[in-house]
Design a protein around this ligand. Structure first.
Ligand code: GDP
Length: 138
């Protein structure tokens, strides 16, 4: 059993897609080990995306992530990191496979509806960035 970290981003929350995305998560065999709806501060978003701070889209991305509420999730499944990346699809929805969340729901490369950790190491960092151990129930 592996854990990964997911976010339902502001574009999806705003369009009332929380339920549809959670349905895909659960029907694909993930257990939701932790979940909270919150509104990120600029400091939280900039810290979360610090690896991208030199990218040209950093300011736009962090402003977007603070533009409305998000849902933060800890997901559990065998090979959860790669399984969730697969279910989300490619970063750019135009390149995402049919049937993926980003293909079906994302608006563009930035407003792409969901986040997923790209490695087990980053998942551990991202989970601990937002959740205490007592909030995670396997
Ligand atoms: P991910 O792992 O698939 O989420 O993609 P990245 O780690 O490369 O990028 C992080 C997030 O930054 C993406 O999910 C998008 O929301 C945003 N992003 C990535 N590439 C671009 C880009 O070229 N332009 C803009 N505006 N945003 C981007």
């Amino acid at each position: 059993m592996e854990r990964t970290f997911a976010i339902i981003k502001p574009d999806a929350v705003e369009r009332n897609l929380i339920g549809k995305i959670l349905e895909r998560i659960e029907s694909n065999g993930f257990k939701i080990a932790a979940m909270k709806r919150t509104h990120l501060s600029t400091t939280q978003a900039q810290g979360f995306y610090h690896v991208h701070k030199e990218r040209p889209f950093f300011n736009s991305l962090t402003e977007f992530m603070c533009s409305g509420p998000v849902v933060l999730l800890v997901l559990e499944k065998e090979d959860a990191v790669s399984a969730w990346r697969g279910l989300m699809g490619a970063t750019n929805p135009e390149e995402a496979d049919a049937g993926t969340i980003r293909k079906d729901f994302a608006l563009n490369i930035e407003k792409n509806s969901t986040h997923g950790s790209d490695s087990a190491e980053n998942a551990a960092f991202e989970i601990s960035y937002f959740f205490s151990q007592t909030e995670i129930l396997s």
